[in-house]
Design a protein around this ligand. Structure first.
Ligand SMILES: *Cc1c(COP(=O)(O)O)cnc(C)c1O
Length: 477
């Protein structure tokens, strides 16, 4: 493909992109293909000769697209959103065009310095402690791994990096039973082992119980183990529960334990001053903090923001300095390869810059406020309808509920099956996509209102779908 052809193809694709996003509601939200359907529809072997772009693009439209779940569809209420937006897409196009590999300052000074500035902007936007420093990572999972590795090195005085584990390094990680699976994964990767992850019980609001945490820590100390890190969640994945960060932080201080705060999803909501008492209380006690603009801040995947109280500890954990990476500017600049796991890094700050400038802080605040109102509206309508039960406090824009015929008394088991059936029927209908979780053994439907273009129409569409499918399934069962 030469430059002239690139230009033509690119114009065509940009038109396709705009059409796609304008008409996205015509697609079934969740892809309805069967396992292996896409794989089997494509040639088994790579082409020996180059193909025309028009042919490749036609295959994209005809063969690939039907295997895509449309995350940018406003009726995508599943999991948590992975939002995008026009400015973010434009920045990604430029990032791909520049193709810069931003491992150190020298390999693109603007990338390193824009990243540094975006980390400052976001701190101000979310009212996070001003002394924190940090960098953009690929995912919250990687950031939590960084936190566990740094805590591991701190507590062992950097000896595991040097010599590997010794007999005495019996490290323990704490989190709640509701904490994201990335904590256990990171404990496995860090060599701590999942048996040394203590899952502390939660209260009625699914938040970690601090007194249970302290008991568990004391027991481990008695048994000669080393409590290393506590991961507190602001907005758990199942129900957006908020752990009592201040109380947990005080316990961490008492026993000199690292406090990592996982606000992967909910962090974005700290742009709202009225929520900061709830979301930011005690954050000054945290050693590290992560949130994902790639979930709720209109910045397409991947873009995770990771802050630490001590950048010295972080850098000391990850620093490498082979001869071929030595530069003259060394200490005056941030070489982000030393701030995390990977060497090679994408230029992710550009899309944040485009997004924040396009919407402005107020634009982002308005969006987040609306989503929270949609969740309240949806809850009110569910309660007014009478055939639903709210199963977790609604802290932000996620509603956890189940449908339950008000005039029938069904067993828990029957309710579980019924809810699964109603949800799957909605998903296979293609008009909305919902996912579930289990809370106290109950099958719970989760509905998130967070997609970039979600509005009140989608709230009411979903209510109608729910009522229709409820009726159809009650009649069947
Ligand atoms: C989504 C989520 C994660 C994982 O995020 P990735 O960026 O996909 O690794 C971790 N913790 C919480 C609370 C989450 O909601």
């Amino acid at each position: 493909m030469n430059s002239k052809e690139f230009r033509q193809n690119a114009h065509q694709i940009v038109d396709w992109m705009a059409d796609y996003l304008e008409n996205i509601e015509k697609y079934p939200v969740k892809s309805l293909v069967k396992p292996k359907e896409i794989f089997d529809s494509l040639p088994t072997n790579p082409p020996s000769k180059g193909e025309e772009f028009s042919v490749i693009f036609q295959d994209f439209e005809q063969k690939i697209l039907k295997g895509i779940t449309h995350w940018q569809h406003p009726s995508f209420h599943a999991y948590f959103p992975a939002n995008s937006s026009f400015p973010s897409i434009l920045a990604e196009m430029l990032t791909a065009t520049l193709g810069a590999q931003c491992m150190i300052w020298d390999t693109s000074p603007a990338a390193a310095e824009l990243e540094e500035l975006m980390m400052e902007w976001l701190k101000e936007m979310l009212a996070l402690p001003s002394s924190w420093a940090g960098s953009i990572q690929d995912t919250a999972s990687t950031s939590t791994l960084c936190a566990i590795l740094t805590a591991r090195e701190k507590i062992t005085d950097f000896t595991i990096n040097e010599k590997g584990f010794s007999e005495n390094d019996k490290l323990v990680v704490y989190c709640s039973t509701e904490t994201h699976s990335s904590v256990e994964k990171a404990a496995k990767i860090a060599g701590i082992g999942k048996r040394n992850v203590r899952k502390i019980s939660v209260d009625a609001a699914f938040a970690l119980k601090p007194d249970e945490l302290e008991k568990s820590i004391l027991l481990d100390i008695q048994n000669g183990l080393k409590p290393t890190i506590v991961v507190a969640a602001i907005g758990t994945t199942s129900s957006t529960a908020i752990d009592p960060v201040r109380k947990i932080g005080e316990i961490c201080q008492k026993y000199t334990i690292w406090l990592h705060v996982d606000a992967a999803y909910a962090g974005t909501a700290s742009v709202l001053p009225e929520l900061r008492d709830k979301l930011n209380d005690g954050l000054e006690l945290a050693d590290s903090y992560v949130f994902n603009p790639h979930k709720w801040m209109m910045t397409n995947f991947d873009c995770t923001v990771y802050y630490v109280k001590s950048k010295e500890l972080l850098i000391r954990t990850f620093e490498i300095l082979p001869e071929y990476l030595k530069t003259k500017v060394g200490n005056q600049v941030n070489n982000y390869r030393d701030w995390g796991v990977q060497l090679g890094r994408r230029f992710r700050a550009l899309k944040l810059w485009f997004v924040i400038r396009t919407y402005g802080v107020e634009g982002i605040q308005t969006k987040i406020r609306k989503d929270i109102e949609f969740a309240q509206k949806f809850k009110d309508e569910l309660l007014a309808w009478g055939n639903a039960e709210i199963l977790a406090p609604i802290s932000l824009n996620l509603v956890c509920f189940r449908v339950k015929p008000s005039n029938l008394s069904w067993s828990e088991e029957k309710l579980n099956t019924f809810n699964q059936q109603v949800m799957e029927n909605i998903n296979y209908g293609g008009k909305a996509y919902l996912t579930h979780t289990k809370l106290n053994g109950k099958y719970v439907i989760r509905v998130v209102f967070g997609q970039t273009n979600v509005n009140e129409t989608h709230v009411y569409n979903l209510l109608s779908l729910l009522k229709e499918n409820f009726k159809a399934n009650v009649e069947v069962i």
